[in-house]
Design a protein around this ligand. Structure first.
Ligand SMILES: Nc1ncnc2c1ncn2[C@@H]1O[C@H](COP(=O)(O)OP(=O)(O)OP(=O)(O)O)[C@@H](O)[C@H]1O
Ligand SMILES: [Mg+2]
Length: 260
């Protein structure tokens, strides 16, 4: 297990004026989004996410969690100078290259037509690379799917299996960061555990940085290192995932009480 103590301390004390943290994979600075009616969807969000950490994002419905996540790979275009990957402003990067490096998984898997192997091969094929059978099998294994899935049609899979294929398809791009927007909320407990196991393995064996929105406090406690509590577009508290009960913000306390 990586030693995050230093990183955690930094994360808990991050202020915009502190500048760059050592080993931050993603830095967010004063990220703000206004609605058409000038309401604040995100309000001056500041957070540093160290490399190789699972960072959970929790908060009430409508608090801006998906908007925050989508800013990190420009599914929503953040203002320039507000999101950095390895110190580089993501608005300056090629957007397709960024999305390969910062992959995303949604609540419901959406597979393309064709076989599981076709789906896994999709991302690299856009760069003119055809993954070998062996490479596809490795990605299936990484996503906790056995080799019998190779020739299966996407249409014949359960939601849990399809979600793992989606994960394998995202991993085929060799991302450095994974963004997950409630990736297991439509899954049964066993499929949920399969995905959680894969995420922990990716963190531990590949040093992947994972940012996961979840409605499940228990899930956060199982796999996350740190947690950001988003309330009305603001990160009101950042906590060690093992000490969520120590939240001080009243809205955070209320949210945690209602969701436990
Ligand atoms: N493109 C948009 N234009 C205007 N308002 C938006 C837009 N996208 C989101 N919103 C509003 O921004 C707020 C945050 O939405 P968001 O989807 O980020 O919340 P969330 O925390 O992910 O909620 P949930 O837990 O229900 O998924 C909501 O009030 C939503 O109505
Ligand atoms: Mg959402």
């Amino acid at each position: 297990m990586a030693d995050f103590e230093g990183a955690k301390e930094h994360l808990l004390s991050v202020k915009p004026e502190n500048g760059r943290a050592i080993d931050s994979k993603i830095e967010v600075r004063d990220l703000t989004k206004l609605s058409n009616k000038d309401q604040r969807i995100l309000n001056k969000v500041n957070v540093d996410i160290p490399k190789g950490m699972i960072f959970g994002v929790i908060g009430p419905s409508g608090s801006g969690k998906s908007t925050f996540l989508r800013a990190l790979n420009r599914l929503w275009e953040p203002p320039s100078g507000s999101v950095f990957l390895d110190g580089a402003d993501i608005c300056e990067l090629d957007v397709l290259e960024l999305r390969r490096k910062v992959g995303m998984l949604f609540q419901l898997p959406a597979l393309f037509e064709g076989t599981v192997a076709d789906n896994i091969r999709y991302g690299p094929s856009l760069k003119g690379k055809k993954l070998s059978e062996e490479e596809v099998h490795k990605l299936l294994a990484l996503a906790d799917l056995d080799s019998s899935f190779f020739h299966k049609s996407g249409a014949e899979l359960s939601v849990g299996q399809a979600q793992r294929v989606s994960l394998g398809r995202t991993l085929a791009n060799e991302p450095e960061v994974l963004l997950l927007d409630e990736p297991t909320s439509a899954l049964d407990p066993i499929s949920t555990q399969n995905i959680e196991d894969v995420l922990v393995k990716l963190k531990e064996e590949r040093g992947m940085t994972i940012i996961m929105v979840s409605h499940s406090i228990k899930q956060i406690q199982r796999i996350a290192d740190m947690v950001g509590l988003l309330v009305e577009g603001e990160i009101v508290e950042i906590l060690d995932a093992n000490s969520l009960s120590e939240a001080k913000h009243p809205m955070a306390q209320k949210f945690l009480r209602l969701s436990s």
